[in-house]
Design a protein. Structure first.
Length: 281
């Protein structure tokens, strides 16, 4: 049985605490448990740390193999947080667990970031930029350093209108505006928030990144994952894309939001294999 520690305050912003939930394996390996930190979806404008069930199946399998799992909140637009607040909070979740690794029995050198949709974007962005993002409330002494990241239906860039599948939904501009505020159309502001921009410039950290997406995704264009992988290959980065033949944005059967698509189980297997490779399980 795993041990569940809810509502851990990993960061204080004045009187406001940013929280995470933590699952620890029953048996902690010698040297500490590897840790996966998950970030929720919500278009950078809503959502909570307990928002997604997309990770439940593979979370339980990896807990049984000695991997710890955290689901971290972040201040999105509903809490007044546009750039650089969401990635700064995500990076501070890493800093917290690296600083307090001994308390939780975690190996601070084996931390992997992941997320769904907007949370997947943050996992890739912080993974590829490592210690870049901070704010006035950030831990100034501890480095954000992770060894890999993966995203489920996560956008690697913010130019949704550049893709013809799915048909562009103007509502996505509101999501981008929620992240970037008044600068949402500023190319420089967009580039600062786009994982692909750091890869194309050669400034990204060399960590393995896995992008998982359905070709039937009705929110994030599946072409983004393929383009991201090509950009990585061009620049010598280990960026992989797994395009699945069915499933909606959350890898559910279309119209049945609580029923996983057949491809969801393919994604589960790929995630476990990726984590096994990265952590050397």
């Amino acid at each position: 049985m795993s041990r569940f520690l809810p509502n851990i305050p990993f960061k204080y912003c004045g009187s406001v605490a940013v929280l995470c939930d933590l699952w620890l394996p029953d048996k902690i390996p010698a040297g500490g448990s590897p840790l996966i930190i998950f970030f929720h979806a919500g278009g950078w404008v809503y959502g909570e740390k307990a928002f997604s069930s997309i990770c439940v199946r593979w979370r339980e399998e990896l807990l049984a193999r000695g991997v710890a799992f955290a689901s971290a909140g972040y201040r999105h637009r509903a809490y007044g947080g546009g750039m650089p607040t969401p990635p700064a909070d995500a990076a501070d979740a890493v800093r917290y667990f690296r600083k307090n690794a001994a308390e939780y029995g975690i190996d601070p050198e084996k931390i992997l970031l992941c997320g769904h949709s907007a949370g997947g974007h943050l996992a890739m962005l912080v993974g590829l930029t490592q210690d870049k993002f901070r704010d006035n409330w950030s831990d100034k002494e501890t480095e954000c350093r992770v060894c890999a990241s993966f995203a489920i239906s996560g956008p690697a860039n913010l130019n949704f209108a550049a893709y013809d599948k799915p048909k562009f939904n103007p509502e996505m501009n509101n999501c981008v505006r929620g992240l970037l505020g008044d600068k949402w159309q500023d190319p420089d502001a967009r580039a600062e928030a786009e994982p692909v921009a750091y890869v194309r410039s050669g400034e990204a950290a060399h960590i393995p990144v896995l992008c998982i997406q359905s070709v039937e995704d009705e929110v994030v264009p599946p072409g983004m994952a393929e383009e991201f992988a090509r950009a990585g290959a061009d620049m010598g980065y280990d960026i992989r894309s797994l395009l699945l033949p069915d499933g909606d944005h959350g890898l559910h059967i279309h119209g049945k939001r609580n029923e996983p698509s057949p491809s969801a189980f393919v994604a589960d297997k790929a995630i476990v294999e990726f984590v096994t490779e990265v952590f050397g399980l």
